[in-house]
Design a protein around this ligand. Structure first.
Ligand code: GZL
Length: 311
C-alpha cells in the first residue's frame, strides 16, 4: 500500500481531499435487474458528498471491464467496485489493483481466484439457494408425484449467477425422478435471447414441455411471449419460474402468465456505500455481505407485493 493508505484492513489509499473516490465497473444494461442495480449505486453514492463515483459500462465484455479497472488504477481511485461478467480471467488485473493498494469489492457476481486476497468482499446473493428455491417451489406447485419435463434458460455463460442457479436447481430436481430437465441453453440474461431460445425449445419439444425455469425474469418474459405465439398459455399449459423479482414479472404473475418469482435484490447501493466508509475508517468488513431475499408464489402474493416493489 502507498504511504497514504489508511486502516489495517486494506484501507483506501488517498482520496480527493476527504472524498472517497470509487471506480465502478458495471457489466452493462442487459436486464431490468442490472439497470436497477446501476440506479441504486448512482443514486446512493451520487447523492452522498463523501463520494466521487467514476462509472464504466462494459457492454457485457470482460475486456472492457479490465480496461476500466486499469483506468481506475491509473486514476488512483480509493476503491474499485466490480460486477464481474464472468467468474474467470481476473487474476492479472486484480494483482495490479492490489499492488496499487486499491481494495476491490465484488458486486452481485463472484469470481474464481486462487489468491482470495485479490478482493476484499462480495456483496450479493446466494445463487445456489435461489436455484434450490426455484426447484422446491416448482415441485410444490406441480406436485412431487407429477411427471414434469422442464426446459431451462441459463444466464450468461461463465457467470457465477448462471453457474450456481443451474447447480442449485439441478440438485433439487435430481432428488425427484419424476422431474426432468429435457433442454438447457443460455439466453444470456436478455429478453430477446430468452424468447429466441424458447422458440427453439417449443419447435423441438413443444407438446412435451411442462415448465420453464429461467435464470432471470427478462428471459422468462421473452419465453412467455414465445409460448403465447406458439399457441399455448404460459402460467397454465407451461408453468414459469424465474429469478430477480422485477416489476414486469410481478405483473405477469398477476396476469396468470407466470407462477413463481425468486427474488434477487439489486439495490446494493447502500451496502456498497457503507462498506466503502468502513474501509476508509480502517474497519474490517465481512467477506460476504449477503442480501436478504424472498420468494413469491401465485397471484395473491404478487398482488400483495406489487405496490412495495422498488425496481
Ligand atoms: C444477479 C445478477 C444477474 C441478474 C440478471 O446478481 O448477476 O445478472 O439475475 C443480471 O438479471 O443480468
Amino acid at each position: 500500500c502507498n504511504s497514504e493508505s489508511s486502516g489495517s484492513s486494506g484501507g483506501t489509499s488517498k482520496g480527493k481531499g476527504d472524498k472517497i473516490v470509487v471506480g465502478f465497473s458495471q457489466i452493462g444494461a442487459e436486464s431490468g435487474w442490472r439497470t436497477a442495480e446501476t440506479d441504486s449505486i448512482k443514486k446512493t453514492l451520487g447523492n452522498d458528498p463523501q463520494f466521487e463515483l467514476k462509472f464504466s459500462d462494459a457492454q457485457q465484455k470482460q475486456e472492457n471491464q479490465i480496461k476500466a479497472l486499469r483506468s481506475f488504477i491509473a486514476q488512483k481511485v480509493d476503491l474499485i467496485a466490480l460486477a464481474p461478467v464472468v467468474e474467470s480471467g481476473w487474476e492479472t488485473v486484480l494483482k495490479e489493483a492490489k499492488n496499487a493498494g486499491i481494495p476491490v469489492i465484488l458486486l452481485d457476481r463472484g469470481i474464481k481466484v486462487k489468491d482470495e486476497s485479490l478482493y476484499t468482499s462480495f456483496i450479493g446473493s446466494d445463487f445456489i439457494t435461489e436455484g434450490e428455491n426455484a426447484a422446491k417451489e416448482l415441485i410444490n406447485l406441480m406436485g412431487k408425484d407429477s411427471k414434469v419435463n422442464i426446459v431451462e434458460l441459463q444466464g450468461t455463460v461463465g457467470a457465477s449467477a448462471a453457474n450456481d442457479r443451474m447447480a442449485g436447481f439441478a440438485k433439487e430436481i435430481k432428488a425427484n425422478a419424476n422431474y426432468k430437465i429435457i433442454k438447457s441453453q443460455t439466453g444470456d440474461f436478455t429478453r430477446t435471447k430468452g424468447k429466441e431460445v424458447m422458440e427453439a425449445f417449443l419447435k423441438s419439444d413443444g407438446d412435451n414441455i411442462d415448465a420453464v425455469y429461467a435464470h432471470n425474469d427478462d428471459m422468462a418474459l421473452g419465453a412467455i411471449q414465445a409460448i403465447e405465439e406458439y399457441g399455448l398459455k404460459p402460467g397454465k399449459d407451461i408453468k414459469v419460474v424465474s429469478v430477480d423479482g422485477i416489476k414486469d414479472i410481478f405483473e405477469a404473475v398477476i396476469a396468470g402468465k407466470s407462477n413463481i418469482i425468486v427474488e434477487c435484490n439489486p439495490l446494493l447501493g447502500p451496502q456498497l456505500a457503507q462498506a466503502a466508509k468502513d474501509l476508509k475508517a480502517g474497519k474490517e468488513i465481512e467477506r460476504w455481505i449477503k442480501t436478504d431475499e424472498d420468494v413469491f408464489v401465485g397471484k395473491e402474493a404478487a398482488e400483495e407485493a406489487l405496490s412495495s416493489r422498488q425496481y
